[in-house]
Design a protein around this ligand. Structure first.
Ligand SMILES: Cc1cc2nc3c(=O)[nH]c(=O)nc-3n(C[C@H](O)[C@H](O)[C@H](O)COP(=O)(O)O)c2cc1C
Ligand code: SF4
Length: 480
């Protein structure tokens, strides 16, 4: 996207008072409640602790969402940059670290050649990472008894790029009529066999056993963003035991969970899921996003056939399945950063492979909050974490506080915001006010960089990344 792009929406930083923010929401008819006054300290809803059925404690209602940096070694180990990011997560003040970042369960399932990977060879690195988190948090906050740390396990399915940053090597479950075309796959591109899926399930279980040994309190069986776990849910056209009926499409989840329960008893299990999905989007007139097809669309799990609104009936069935499996930790997200980023991570400035926002990004924030609230309302026994708050910028604490106060979620997830402003959670609790210069402005450089083969990070605002040569490359790429 050209650096000359002038967003057609007011910048959040201009909506300086509660009155201005409320006026904007009203004018655009955006249903987004917020508390005009923040409650600091011990009474803050952000400070509310929770105890899981297992007795494990989560010391407050703030969660760091998983975010990869594309900066591991080629054999799946963390580098100094990875460790710096994880250290920042531990320093943030949040008491729930949801997975830190996606970790592949096998080499060919990586989303990039530098994705972390958990296996016998890399095991000790994960012991060290877990201890780094604990030690760092202990030094800063003097208590880790209420810090819950998970690891997000993944296979990237359709979006595998395991060997070359520029070469997709998709492992797909069914020929997707839009995504096969969008990513240059022939209609008869080979499908993953049931036997391969069985062996991937074994890898998830092995990785979970190692995660538990390394100290992690839970693993997330990732079901979001178009990756393998998520693709199962829309595998309506797949034949055999992993496709077609709802029972078959959720077999992957059930088999992993029963494998983990048998091999790693006591390990908590969580699921991060795209609770609704839409049709893929593409650039339309003047580069604004439009649906890639206008015919009825059957492949949006949790979406209507129109392709552009949610219908969470099947998502609710999936949640019933989670309850039956005794899963308590649930993190919501939506869509996919590869084919409809504006519903997944609302931003004013799109990533380089994206499109200009087709709606006020606040609508994207409000949509995820509303859908998460419906889930919390229907499944009060789940501990529900919401996502996609970063676009709120200055208003993140006010909207988050309201969500927690009225019980629309149990915990507020922090994604991009903690790349630019790692200690925002601590600043919210202390009530000392926000550091405006560190607030994420959704420039999307942390997505554009990896899309162009570079490491991810907050180039415009993080002092370390600001100095990197990659930042100059990025600016050139964006025509700035
Ligand atoms: C650079 C980057 C990397 C991400 N990596 C992951 C990941 O590994 N796993 C995952 O579930 N989500 C990932 N996400 C999505 C975030 O967890 C989050 O859902 C999204 O950024 C929206 O939240 P936000 O508005 O607070 O940023 C990533 C997002 C970004 C920007
Ligand atoms: S690069 Fe920084 S400012 Fe831009 S979206 Fe990412 S975290 Fe936010």
């Amino acid at each position: 996207m050209s650096g000359k792009y002038k967003p057609p929406f007011p910048r959040i930083a201009q909506l300086k008072t509660a009155e201005l923010f409320a006026q904007h929401l009203e004018k655009k008819n955006i249903q987004l409640d917020f508390d005009a006054e923040l409650i600091p300290g011990a009474d803050s809803p952000f400070g509310k602790a929770h105890t899981l059925r297992s007795g494990q404690k989560i010391g407050n209602a703030m969660c760091i969402l998983p975010m990869e940096g594309w900066d591991g070694t080629e054999d799946g180990r963390p580098t100094e940059l990875t460790k710096r990011r994880w250290r920042n997560f531990a320093l943030s003040g949040a008491k729930l670290l949801w997975g830190c970042e996606a970790v592949a369960v096998r080499p060919e399932g990586r989303a990039n050649p530098n994705q972390l990977m958990l296996n016998e060879q890399t095991f000790q690195e994960f012991v060290d990472l877990f201890q780094l988190l604990q030690r760092t948090h202990e030094e800063q906050f003097q208590d880790t008894s209420d810090l819950l740390i998970g690891l997000q396990l993944t296979h990237s399915g359709r979006f595998c790029k395991p060997n070359d940053k520029k070469k997709m090597e998709p492992r797909i479950l069914y020929p997707h009529p839009v995504l096969n075309r969008k990513f240059g796959l022939a209609e008869d591109y080979p499908l993953m066999s049931d036997a391969e899926i069985d062996s991937i399930i074994d890898d998830y279980v092995k990785a979970a056993v190692l995660a538990q040994k390394a100290g992690f309190h839970f693993v997330d069986i990732k079901h979001c963003h178009g990756y393998l776990g998520h693709e199962f849910l829309s595998a309506y056209d797949r034949e055999g035991k992993y496709g077609g009926s709802f029972e078959n499409r959720t077999r992957f989840l059930r088999d992993i969970v029963s494998g983990i329960r048998a091999a790693a008893p006591g390990l908590e299990i969580g699921v991060r899921m795209s609770i609704f999905d839409w049709v893929p989007f593409q650039k339309g007139p003047e580069e604004t996003g439009v649906p890639a097809q206008n015919r009825p669309y059957r492949y949006a799990f949790g979406g209507k056939e129109s392709g552009t609104s949610a219908d969470m009936q099947e998502s609710f069935l999936f949640l019933q399945e989670l309850e039956k499996l005794g899963i308590e930790l649930f993190c919501t997200t939506a869509g996919s950063p590869y084919y409809n980023p504006h519903i997944q991570r609302p931003a004013l400035f799109p990533p380089s492979d994206g499109y200009l926002p087709p709606e006020d990004p606040l609508l994207g924030v409000a949509r995820q909050i509303q859908a998460t609230a419906e889930i919390k309302n229907a499944f009060p026994g789940l501990y529900v974490i919401g996502s996609a708050y970063s676009y709120l910028q200055e208003w993140l604490p006010n909207v988050g506080q309201n969500v927690l106060n009225v019980g629309k979620a149990d915990s507020i997830g922090f994604g991009r915001m903690v790349l630019s402003y790692p200690d925002m959670p601590a600043d919210i609790i202390s009530g000392n006010g926000l550091k405006r210069a560190k607030i994420c402005r959704t420039f999307s450089d942390c997505t554009t960089a990896p899309r162009n083969g570079m490491i991810s990070g907050c180039y415009p605002l993080d002092p370390l990344y600001k100095k990197m040569p990659e930042y100059e490359q990025l600016k050139a790429l964006k025509g700035e």
